[in-house]
Structures are given as structure tokens and as C-alpha cells.
Design a protein around this ligand. Sequence first.
Ligand code: HEM
Length: 223
Amino acid sequence: MSALSAPARRLVRRFGTGELVLHWGYAVLFAVLLLTGLGLYLPPGQNPVLARRELVREIHLDAAIGLLLLPVLVAGAWPRSVAGFWHDVERFDADDAGWLRRVVVPRRLRRRPLPSQDRFNAGQKLNSIVVAAATVGFIVTGCLMWQGEHLPTSLSEAADSWHIWLMLAMLPLIAGHLVLSLLLPSTRPAMRGIITGRVRLDFARRRHAKWTARMAERGEPAD
Ligand code: HEM
């Protein structure tokens, strides 16, 4: 049964296994990096991990190496996953621009509905790009901090403060991501997708009409 003719309660595949492994691997490593990073950052007086600073630092570095290896391993095991995800994230069109302009207007004040969106809406595309850019930033500044004693003090100090600014900038982004995923009724059905890989077709049609229309054109199946 194609995505066009399938009843609304049917499920469609939203994420492949590689994408799920990438997401949850990233989420776990990010949580470890955040907690150990906070432990290393807090001043000694109020710092519960001070006695085990070396261990915490080692865990932080191992998780950072894991973050670096994760996309490579996922791309090796599921060749089309990372490239496919990025392909769907990096394309912005006029509908994406319109969506971003109008999504900030409260729903009851909008004169027209939001432009229909592809597999990822413009906000999700931006979220993915910011997460990817921040990851590169964390890795570059982290390497500079790691090699700090061999570098000019001004460079290692700048890396140190950029590393912390990046962490602080990521906190509201992650908090927003969790509110949308876990709390907001209109977006909560996406949780099923990031756990099982599938979402209900009516949810997909409502929020990603361009994507479901394309699936229907290609005759892609709904369960
Ligand atoms: C318990 C923690 C988390 C939960 C419950 C969660 C939930 C979700 C859900 C439901 C989606 C799918 C949205 C869709 O249908 O497109 C998603 C996608 C995504 N998540 Fe997470 N996530 C978590 C942690 C993280 C972390 C720590 C990061 C990165 C720092 C992250 C980055 C992303 C990205 C880049 C996407 C794809 C684009 C988007 O939907 O915004 N997630 N997540």
C-alpha cells in the first residue's frame, strides 16, 4: 500500500537504523560530555568531582573520541545513513524560509498555514546544522585545550573560553529540543520515530506534507 492510499493510522519509515544509532549514540555521548565537562568546569569549592578529576577528565576525553568516531562508524556500517540524513538537512528552499518567518507568529494570528515541509522542517534543519557546527567547534577547541601546554597561552585560553561558551550556547538548544520531543503535544508523536524509526502517517502528512507527497509519488510503502 503506498503512502498516498494508506489509512492515516498506518506507519511510515522516518529514520533508518543508522540514523537511530547516530542520534542515540550522539545523545548519550553528549550527556556524558556535558556532565563530565560541568564537573571539570565548576570551581573547586563546590565541585563534587574534584577528588576524581583525572578520572573525570579521562571519561570526558574518551567520550570526545567516541563523538569523533561515531559518524565514521555509522557511515561505515550503514553507508547511506549519514549522507542521506545530511542530504535532507542541507537543502533550504523558499518554503523553508517562509516557514521560519511565520513559525514565530502565534498560530491564531497567522493568516495562512505554514508552508509544507520536507522530511525535516526548517527548524529541524537549523538544529542539525547548529549541532554539527558546534560539534566541530567542540572538537577544535578541545584539541587546542588538550595540547595547551605546547601552545601560546593566549591561544589555549581563547580555546578554553570558546569551549565553555559553546557548551552554554548548546544548553538552551538541547532544552528546546527536549521540550518539543517530550512535552509539546503537537510534536510529541515524533518520539515514536526516533525510537522505532516509524511515525504515524497522519502525523507525517500534517507536519511533513512535502515528504509524504514525494513518498507517495515514488510508491513507497506504509505498513
Ligand atoms: C533524551 C534526549 C533526546 C530526545 C528525547 C530526543 C528526541 C528527538 C526526536 C523525537 C527527534 C526526531 C524529530 C523528527 O521526527 O524529526 C530527534 C531528532 C534529532 N535530535 Fe534528538 N533527542 C535527544 C537528544 C539529542 C541530543 C543530545 C542532540 C544533540 C546535541 C540531538 C540532536 C538531534 C538532531 C540533530 C535531530 C534531527 C533534527 C531534528 O529533529 O531537530 N538530540 N531527537
